[in-house]
Design a protein around this ligand. Structure first.
Ligand code: ADP
Ligand code: MG
Length: 684
């Protein structure tokens, strides 16, 4: 074998390019838009004797090395002493290379930047940044940017790559001066250059807070690109064909007439919005938001009736078997007497039953299909699917929803997504900018707000006593077992143990247990027994979180409430307060609680309004966590902050609308600058 050759320079730079590409920095523009996360101020030197008084602060000093030794106690370290004007400073390096000792040899002049600490032997810095300099070496005129970096990418390399990219890009602004002046925004070039190289006298606080006008411009541009891309997607959808479901025929009328109640004004309003969407020849994509118990199901059923009246099939997909089955029973009970063929499809059906259901769906015999995500499996094909309804849409992945949308073959079915997790306005405007949103902002009459109490775990016995008393009065009770995120098995075990314990403590009560591992039939038996009143107390895991509707249940106990998300607690609590009786929710918590945990649980006590809860939850936790894992991997905004930049979101949305209508060329230029070939702002 020949000896290894020296790698050519090109190979080395290729590796750098690869590393940059891994950070998403494949193009010059993406490098230029890779903005610093913070800055280091190396523009000033603090005299050493003054620096000694600035404990806890990060400063830059310049001085001559007077000692440089490796010490072995208490552990191996390089200890360097520098002095200037009669003051001294000790530098400590616990991990060091031999070359560092040479760099910091006695007599060298060093520029040192780090945090001043008051050590046992006087002032010191641990692991400062050190540069050997000549006397009178000029100071940088700009703050030094620190960039988000990836593995193997040094700041030096990034700075060089970015500086080089800045010499090559087209700096022309995507927005005309007139618009910039109107909004009072900086020029793109001005903003970008400032952010990469802020002058020494810049308002550092505004930079750090990202409230500096240069940041404002970048955030606005980012939001504008996102809005444009969403609106484009929406426009593209309008180019697709969808069945026109205009008939509001017999079934719609018969169903309305058969309802045991009058629709609330809010239900009527959203129904009208949906009905008019269904009449369009492009696919509806509407999010129906309504607090827990606001009556979304019946709105969905009426929408389905319109599809069926027009000769199309409708599908209703729910995230859990319990919920799907409940929908099936309720809706079948309403629709079957009116002559509608309702099919039921979930993963747990027997093979033969599944095949039968599939055949009915394929032949078009089944007019309404209700089920779980089994509905979107490959082997299910619809004859003429006109409308897809997804309940609790946030529980499904984007991919799952897409698959169902593609079930409509050459025509794209209309899509109605329902959610009881209210998405605050700013989030809706950004992450759902391509959706129409309808809101049911009113509960049906006769509901009594749920009284919520926080109770420390130590008082569990009192709570059990209270459950006993409630059952004795003929009330039904839910006991929700703690969420154990790390282990489903452990969660199951806890539920089983709680059930055993409550059964032993309250032998005269009829107590059931329901959890995710039960077979559908077993689950249903337990739920049926609870619905019929045969069971007085239902011990449950979070499987009852969504949709379960037992009006006579008026007391709920939730253990380890501090482990739940607020929207989840709200959903759970929504299982009570569905009937006329005043309902109570007891949140058992394990103390001591931190500040944030206390604040969060207090919100539950103070309000029963899901939107209010979501808004306050957002304030406490921030949108990243609020959106949760389901959004991860999706384009999160890099610069804009949805909490503090709401006004920018609104401006971006309005301008996006204008640009698309009157200046498509500007919209194109802006999109290609910000997205390049990426379309990952796009949510589907
Ligand atoms: P959610 O919006 O949480 O899905 P549901 O659709 O399950 O709420 O409705 C909750 C309960 O309210 C159901 O029992 C339903 O029959 C009832 N309901 C729905 N609309 C009305 C109404 N307009 N008047 C009275 N009760 C209603
Ligand atoms: Mg529901």
């Amino acid at each position: 074998m020949s000896p290894p050759k020296k790698k050519p320079a090109a190979a080395k730079s290729l590796r750098t390019a690869d590393k940059l590409a891994r950070l998403g920095l494949a193009t010059d523009m993406s490098l230029v838009l890779h903005l610093p996360m913070r800055y280091e101020d190396e523009t000033q030197i603090v005299p050493l004797d003054e620096a000694g008084l600035m404990h806890g602060q990060t400063v830059q000093v310049e001085a001559i090395v007077t000692a440089c030794d490796v010490q072995y106690r208490p552990r191996r370290q390089l200890v360097v002493t520098i002095s200037a004007a009669g003051a001294e400073l000790t530098l400590r390096f616990l991990n060091f290379y031999g070359s560092q000792a040479t760099q910091m040899a006695v007599g060298k002049r060093l520029r040192v930047r780090g945090e001043i600490r008051h050590g046992f032997f006087g002032n010191e810095m641990v692991h400062p940044a050190v540069k050997a300099v000549e006397e009178g070496a000029p100071l940088p005129q700009a703050l030094t940017p620190v960039y988000p970096a990836g593995e193997g990418l040094s700041q030096t390399l990034l700075r060089k790559a970015i500086a080089a990219a800045m010499t090559r890009i087209d700096w022309r602004d995507t927005l005309p001066d007139t618009m910039l002046e109107k909004f009072g925004y900086l020029q793109f070039e001005q903003a970008v250059r400032l952010l990469h190289n802020p002058p020494a006298d810049v308002d550092e606080y505004a930079l750090a807070e990202r409230s500096h006008p240069a940041w404002t411009r970048m955030k606005f541009d980012e939001l504008l690109a996102q809005q444009l891309s969403m609106k484009r997607a929406q426009a593209a959808r309008r180019q697709q064909g969808a069945p026109v479901l205009s008939a509001q025929g017999q079934l719609s009328q018969a169903l309305s007439a058969a309802l045991p109640f009058a629709l609330t004004a809010a239900q009527q309003r959203v129904l009208a919005e949906i009905r008019s969407d269904l009449c369009a020849s492009y696919p509806m994509q509407r999010l129906l938001q309504g607090d827990v118990g606001s009556g979304k199901t019946i709105v969905a059923a009426l929408a389905a009736a319109q599809a069926i009246d027009s000769g199309y099939q409708a599908a209703l997909m729910a995230p859990t078997e319990i919920l799907a089955e409940q929908h099936f029973r309720k809706i079948a009970a309403l629709m079957e007497p009116l002559g509608v063929d309702v099919a039921w499809l979930t993963g747990s059906l027997k093979k033969s039953e599944k095949e039968k259901a599939r055949a009915r769906i394929e032949s078009g015999h089944a007019q309404l299909v209700i089920g779980t995500h089994a509905l979107i499996q490959d082997d299910v094909s619809f004859q003429r699917l006109g409308l897809i309804i997804v309940d609790e849409q946030h529980r499904f992945g984007v991919a799952q929803r897409l698959t169902l949308r593609n079930k409509g073959l050459d025509q794209v079915p209309h899509q109605l997504m329902m959610s009881a997790t209210p998405i605050p306005r700013t989030l809706a405007m950004t992450y759902f900018a391509d959706l129409e949103v309808s809101v049911i902002d009113e509960l049906p009459p006769g509901r009594t707000p749920v009284l919520t109490r926080l109770i420390a775990q130590e008082r569990r016995d009192e709570v059990i006593e209270r459950v006993h008393a409630a059952a004795a009065e003929g009330k039904q009770v839910y006991w929700v077992c703690p969420l154990i995120e790390e282990s489903e098995a452990l969660q199951l075990q806890t539920a089983t143990e709680t059930h055993a314990l409550l059964t032993a403590t309250l032998p005269e009560l009829r107590i059931g247990l329901v959890h995710g591992r039960l077979r559908t039939q077993e689950k249903q038996q337990v739920m049926d027994a609870f619905v019929s009143g045969e069971l007085q107390l239902l011990v449950a895991t979070t499987v009852i979180e969504v949709g379960v509707d037992v009006p006579n249940a008026s007391l709920m106990v939730i253990e380890h409430a501090e482990r739940f998300g607020l929207s989840q607690l709200h959903q759970l609590r929504g299982r009570v307060g569905r009937g006329a009786a005043a309902s109570v929710c007891l949140l058992l918590y394990q103390g001591p609680l931190g500040m944030v945990a206390k604040q969060r649980l207090a919100i539950m006590r103070e309000t029963c309004d899901g939107f209010d809860i979501a808004r306050r939850d957002l304030e406490i936790r921030g949108p990243g966590e609020f959106l949760g894992a389901r959004q991860s991997g999706q384009a999160m905004l890099r610069f804009a902050n949805l909490e503090t930049d709401q006004w920018l979101v609104e401006q971006a949305r309005d301008l996006a609308q204008q640009l698309l209508m009157h200046h498509p060329d500007i919209a194109n230029a802006h999109l290609s600058r910000w997205l390049g070939s990426r379309e990952d702002f796009l949510r589907v």
